[in-house]
Design a protein around this ligand. Structure first.
Ligand code: PGA
Length: 248
């Protein structure tokens, strides 16, 4: 069962974003997703709900599912109104945290410096950061993807101590929530470029309009898994994506 060994497992990550609108619904989706993905052999499942639902979901967990947050602050306590610390997340049963998602970079002006502070704090609290990087449509059209991703990775790569304890998610901004995805070959080339920078020990996910129809192409072109937004709120579709990842 080497392909099922922990070391080689692929990753299926759900980013629920600011959904669903009630705890009841969140519990329903979580337990349906748990039921439908329990047969996966080669794939680790991580579900990242809104903060508010994390502690409740972690009280009734599923053995094969890890929980993650969608953001954290860079300090562990203090006068930081509205923020949630990595230590708090760790205590509520989270093992992962998504950082640097383009919606936060875009809408909340998160910078690479801020994201790196969060990254270090998350590692310090024992969480695994899922660091999101990706270019805008304009940058893509100007063929600046490589340069943009390198800039977004700059702080992480400088800090040699952290090099392997995280997950990277390549999410072209123009593919998020749009139904448009890069051609698999192009995405594969980007994966190769990222691997050259971070090495093969860091799992690299593809994210942006992943569904059960396109997912296999991303796994085939070298990604170690996927970060699923919209498709993760439908347990049936999420499990279908998981099955394809598992068998690809
Ligand atoms: P999407 O979102 O799958 O809805 O495009 C992905 C993400 O933002 O992580």
């Amino acid at each position: 069962m080497t392909s099922g060994s922990k070391k080689n497992k692929k990753l299926l990550v759900a980013n629920w974003k600011m959904n669903p609108g009630s705890l009841n619904r969140a519990e329903k989706i979580f337990h349906q997703a748990a039921e439908k993905t329990k047969g996966l052999k080669n794939t680790k499942v991580v579900i990242c709900p809104p903060f508010l639902y994390l502690s409740r979901l972690s009280r009734n967990p599923a053995e094969h599912i890890s929980l993650g947050a969608q953001n954290c602050f860079w300090e562990n306590k203090g006068a930081y109104t509205g923020e949630i610390s990595p230590a708090m997340l760790e205590k509520t049963g989270s093992s992962h945290v998504i950082l640097g998602h383009s919606e936060r970079r875009n809408l909340l002006s998160e910078t690479d410096e801020m994201i790196f502070k969060k990254f270090k704090a998350a590692l310090g609290a024992g969480l695994t950061p899922i660091l999101c990087i990706g270019e805008t449509e304009k940058q893509y059209k100007e063929q600046r993807t490589k340069e943009v991703l390198e800039a977004q990775l700059k702080f992480v790569l400088k800090d040699s101590g952290q090099k392997t304890r995280f997950v990277l998610a390549y999410e072209p901004r123009w593919a998020i929530g749009t139904g448009v995805t890069p051609a698999p070959d192009q995405a594969g080339e980007t994966a190769e470029m990222i691997i050259k920078k971070v090495g093969r020990k860091v799992p690299i996910l593809y994210g942006g309009s992943v569904d059960s129809k396109n997912v296999s192409s991303f796994i085939r072109t070298g990604f170690n898994g996927v970060l699923v937004g919209g498709g993760s709120l439908d347990a049936e579709e999420f499990a279908k994506i998981g099955e394809i990842v598992d068998n690809s």
